[in-house]
Ligand binder design. Structure first.
Ligand SMILES: [Zn+2]
Ligand SMILES: [Zn+2]
Length: 370
């Protein structure tokens, strides 16, 4: 049973709530301590392409500590970024760590954003046409010790010269001191590594890699980096910290990546499917393409009960395919037709009304029954 009533105009409002957490007070709901899981997976969206293929997407809370959706949202994050990441012919990988002294200062959304904006501006000096994927990890190996570090995967054609990296380190340290007002004695740490197919060929000379082998090795590495960067790190719930970081937009894309066509996304998705549970269909759906016909998917505003999913065919990661809307045709068996619509009984009143109207119109079609 849905936890709250969905009001006619309140669907987008509710979706926000399904995604955010601990606003149960406003909704007159008892707060579920320590998780915010109570909305996770309870609602779903329905999307439709121009050719009438229908898809269900279950909405999860997306909290990194939520056991029920942690893996699924990780997979979805990978699927969303994969077409972008695979446009990188080679890339630089940065990790900007925060020294112990300033970590408390950075338990604050505004301060985190300020620092991230600074780093974007700074890297733009090196990469004027910057295209990067960027995400904080909140914890390192120990899930109890706050240890934020910013992962940046930036498309680039050559390795950053050592002196440039040193200069970035110096500036980073100065920026940290300026923002926090805390003196940092020693140099701060920035991890940097450059990955390219040519690089693998050079590094593994003894193996005499062919171009194709080097390319494959590069792509595998890129895939693993993407998976690593998108992984959840805030896996043990800590109320105070969670409240402080609430609604912070962690994953950000810097710059404009090339728009990929449906065929290109499909090709990328196919190639990667063998490696993981992120199927081709999910990559297509996350990029807004219909996996059947490639048409653009429009996600309807309304929110449906998550149980609607049981009427669809499961695709994994909270996606389902719903049967197409049947069209009336001469000699149609109306009983069967209505049975085919059984799942719509689950629709909330507003949608049910639409469906009734549509059904009436369909039954009254003059071109067939006139
Ligand atoms: Zn969840
Ligand atoms: Zn379609």
């Amino acid at each position: 049973m849905p936890a709250v009533e969905v009001k006619k105009s309140g669907s987008s409002y509710l979706e926000r709530h399904a995604k955010t957490y601990i606003d149960f007070v406003k909704l007159g709901e008892k707060r579920v301590l320590g998780s915010g899981e109570s909305y996770c997976g309870q609602y779903a969206k329905v999307g439709r392409c121009e050719n009438g293929h229908q898809w269900i997407k279950v909405i999860y809370c997306g909290k990194e500590w939520c056991k029920s959706c942690r893996e699924v949202t990780h997979n979805r994050r990978i699927a969303r970024w994969l077409p972008k990441a695979l446009t990188m012919q080679s890339f630089g990988y940065f990790v900007f760590t925060l020294p112990l002294e300033v970590r408390e200062f950075y338990q604050d959304k505004k301060n985190l954003s300020e620092l991230r904006s600074y780093l974007r501006r700074r890297l733009k000096q090196m990469y004027p046409d910057i295209k990067a994927l960027c995400r904080w990890h909140w914890f390192g190996a120990n899930p109890y010790v706050y240890h934020p570090h910013l992962n940046v995967m930036v498309s680039s054609f050559e390795k950053l010269p050592k002196e440039e990296l040193e200069k970035i380190k110096e500036d980073y340290k100065n920026a940290l001191e300026r923002f926090t007002g805390i003196r940092l004695g020693k140099k701060v740490d920035i991890y940097y590594h450059y990955y390219s197919p040519q690089g693998f060929k050079r590094e593994q000379k003894h193996k005499k890699l062919t171009d194709d082998e080097a390319q494959e090795l590069y792509r595998k590495t890129l895939w693993h980096k993407l998976k690593y960067i998108t992984r959840p790190t805030f896996v043990v719930y800590q109320r105070e910290l969670a409240e402080k970081l609430k609604n912070y937009r962690n994953s950000t894309v810097w710059g404009k990546f090339p728009e990929l066509s449906y065929e290109e996304v499909e090709k990328i998705a196919k190639e990667r499917e063998v490696f993981c549970r992120v199927s081709q269909d999910i990559v297509m759906l996350e990029s807004g393409h219909c996996p059947i016909c490639g048409g653009k998917i429009r996600w309807l505003k309304g929110l449906y009960p998550g149980s609607l999913a049981c009427y669809g065919k499961e695709l994994g990661n909270g996606y389902f395919q719903l049967q197409e809307l049947p069209r009336a045709s001469p000699g149609l068996d109306w009983k069967k037709f209505k049975e085919a619509l059984a799942w719509k009984k689950l629709f909330l009143s507003e949608q049910a009304e639409n469906i009734r109207n549509w059904l009436e119109k369909e039954q009254g079609r003059k071109d067939i029954y006139g």
